[in-house]
Design a protein around this ligand. Structure first.
Ligand code: IMP
Length: 424
């Protein structure tokens, strides 16, 4: 497996961390290519839970080199806390982590702006994680962002920071009627971060392309999911980065001809956090049951996730835009107590049945999901270790998903622990 991209095919939280953790055994490098600490990848190893926000979850395997690519936006405070936290738990970081010199940095004014913007918009808000992700990518696209390489050059850093603070303070005081931020304290803090971060700084395109020349295997770890992608998601209810497979190239400097495989991760049902349309969302009693059984609370913000039936229309489109060659289905066990399981096979809109979602987001609330009903298996699957040992109804459910998506299911996960998953 020379280079594999793993992406979420729904609205994030599909269990990518777990799948990455399984695939990492055969990889040499694990690379994050987009997003920031809005992500939260949960992995349970030896009874211990690890939640990674920035560092690729591959770090939990010995001897795997982990890279934070140029497409990631890095909050240095969060990164350093994560490094310290992992070190305290005995994880070797110093020889196994590289941070791209082209990655953009998140500053306190990005976080403040994120919160102010959300508070101001009111009813039309996005429901962001409030981590400054959107404003940082906005600066990147506006060509005023500050990158890791800029931080390493004190004079350049000072100049760029000054310019940004002046501009942001106009926004704070004149548009948002909020207090300004202070240049001196930000400058001082970031100089301290520079000292701690600089040993990890690398050129991701050089490191990764050289690795590929030496036949090393690279795993590209997507964060969020296809339907949160800035281009292909339910815009504007999306994050600000390219969470689809193409983002792996842009966000690392590895060209598309070097990617061999794209694995899409889906839950056996659907969840989303934050605002935006959700055609297969459960009605209240079922919502609470599945949320409790699936522990569907955000790994980053703790917010309750919205839950719904498996939506083959959404995932079919995700397969298309990512070029997904196989899928991993996670959290099958969460449906164990459901007497009936439903799959959405089409969208009814204006008297027509669509098999791909419409781009016009304002029409989504009118979508009526067309369902196919299947008998539930009403059996505990959490100890099952092979496809053949699953109850027949669960096998039929997965086979039907394969049929509707026209891609093979290669991994099934039936619980949060490392051992609760198997290849098919
Ligand atoms: P932002 O990425 O913080 O700007 O948030 C934009 C949207 O993406 C909001 O709906 C968030 O809830 C959602 N989002 C961001 N990161 C994640 C994630 O890791 N899982 C699920 N939803 C996310």
């Amino acid at each position: 497996m020379p280079s594999i991209v793993v992406v979420g095919a729904q609205w994030g939280d599909e269990g990518k961390g777990k799948v990455i953790d399984m695939l990492t055994e055969r990889a040499d490098f694990v690379v994050r290519f987009q997003g920031g600490n809005n992500a939260g990848h949960t992995v349970v190893v030896g009874g211990q839970e690890f939640i990674m926000h920035l560092i690729p979850s591959g770090i939990l395997h010995r001897g795997k080199f982990c890279v934070i690519g140029n497409g990631v936006v890095v909050d240095p405070l969060v990164l350093l806390e994560e490094i310290e936290g992992l070190k305290k738990r005995g994880i070797d970081i110093d020889s196994n982590l590289g941070i791209s010199d082209q990655a953009h940095l998140i500053f306190p004014y990005h976080k403040a702006l994120d919160k102010l913007k959300e508070a101001k918009v009111g009813p039309g808000k996005i429901g962001t994680t409030g981590r400054g992700i959107g404003p940082c990518y906005t600066d990147k696209a506006s060509r005023v962002g500050i990158r890791v390489a800029d931080l390493l050059d004190d004079e350049l850093f000072r100049r760029k920071l000054k310019m940004n603070v002046e501009e942001k303070n106009l926004l704070f005081t004149r548009v948002y009627e909020a207090p300004p931020v202070e240049f001196d304290s930000i400058y001082r803090d970031y100089c301290l971060y520079r000292e701690k971060i600089s040993p990890y700084v690398i050129s991701a395109p050089l490191l990764l392309n050289r690795a590929l020349e030496q036949n090393k295997t690279i795993l590209f770890e997507g964060a969020q999911g296809t339907w949160l992608d800035i281009d292909h998601g339910t815009y504007p209810y999306v994050t600000s980065s390219s969470a689809t497979a193409g983002g792996a190239c842009v966000g690392t400097g590895v060209g598309p001809t070097r990617i061999d495989q794209v694995v899409g991760v889906v839950k056996a049902y659907t969840t989303r956090v934050g605002e935006g349309p959700f055609p297969t969302e459960f009605p209240p009693p079922l919502m609470e049951q599945i949320r409790a059984k699936g522990k569907e609370f955000g790994a980053t913000t703790g917010r309750p996730r919205r839950c719904g039936w498996f939506d083959a229309v959404l995932v079919r489109h995700a397969i298309l835009v990512n070029g997904i060659s196989e899928i991993a289905v996670t959290k099958l066990d969460v449906l164990d107590n459901s007497p009936r399981v439903r799959i959405c096979t089409g969208y009814r809109l204006s008297g027509k049945t669509l098999d791909h979602p419409p781009a016009a987001i304002d029409r989504w609330p009118e979508i009526e999901a067309v369902y196919e009903d299947h008998p539930g298996w009403l059996t505990d699957t959490s100890e099952v270790t092979s496809f053949e040992d699953l109850p027949p109804q669960a096998r039929r459910y997965l086979k039907r998903i394969e049929e509707l998506l026209r891609v093979r299911i290669s991994i099934v996960s039936v619980g949060s622990k490392r051992e609760q998953a198997f290849h098919v």
